[in-house]
Write a protein that binds this ligand. Structure first.
Ligand code: SAM
Length: 214
């Protein structure tokens, strides 16, 4: 058992409803969940609930020094570990539902990519709704969002509610293939194009208004 795995289990035993898993995600799950991080440009990437850093490591590798990477974590032990392990990441001791305020405090534009490790199925429904609204508010119109759910729990009502919520707030939601190489096996949801509240009003123009005159 690695130090991270032992620490993760210890934090789960202390606060099972906040940590929501007995072990960190596998490298295979991390690979799938971080696919939307682009190979080029300088994206703003936000990670929610990084834990001991299973996704953090891969996001950093995919970014290769480009863009910026904010990680929002509520557990103080994980936050301290992440700051030591990943000096290039802005690790913020904040809840995911504070995302718009955190972006504003850092002077950053809405995120291009949000990767979530949040334990959705053990969070109260009202908190899920508030957090989802904050994620949408903190994302660019072209933004991509990934999150995961454990296969064995995918037919429970919290998991169904999460899927309904995702399809309500994103234009496109695709469920990836089962990641069997994870304890327990998991599914990754890939969502794109958040439905911003006043999108119609802000972006409601046709191409002719921007087309150059000939
Ligand atoms: C299932 S663990 C996932 C950890 C890591 N991403 C992984 O896949 O190994 C959930 C993580 O979300 C954190 N968390 C729970 N509620 C949160 C919230 N409202 N905002 C930010 N982090 C939260 C927990 O402390 C924990 O680190």
């Amino acid at each position: 058992m690695t130090i991270e795995t032992a620490l993760f289990l210890g934090r789960f035993l202390q606060n099972p409803r906040r940590v929501g898993a007995v072990a960190p995600s596998s490298s295979r799950l991390a690979w799938r969940a971080t696919v939307p991080v682009p190979d080029t440009g300088h994206p703003v990437v936000v990670e929610l609930g990084p834990g001991t850093g299973a996704f953090t490591e891969l996001i950093q590798r995919r970014l290769g020094g480009r863009g910026c990477h904010l990680a929002l974590e509520v557990d103080p032990v994980f936050t301290a570990l992440l700051r030591r392990r990943f000096p290039m990441v802005d690790v913020v001791a904040a809840a995911a539902e504070d995302l718009p305020d955190v972006l504003a405090a850092y002077g950053l534009p809405p995120a291009d990519v949000v990767v979530s490790g949040l334990p959705w199925t053990v969070l109260p429904a009202a908190l899920v709704d508030r957090t989802m609204a904050a994620i949408v508010a903190g994302m660019a119109p072209h933004g991509a969002f990934t999150t995961f759910a454990y296969l064995h729990a995918s037919w429970t009502s919290p998991a169904r509610r999460l899927r309904n919520r995702l399809t309500g707030v994103f234009e496109e939601v695709v469920v990836g293939r089962t990641v069997w190489a994870n304890l327990p096996p998991a599914l990754v949801y890939h969502a794109r194009r958040p439905r911003h509240q006043s999108a119609g009003a802000r972006h409601g123009r046709n191409c002719s208004s921007t087309r150059p005159s000939r």
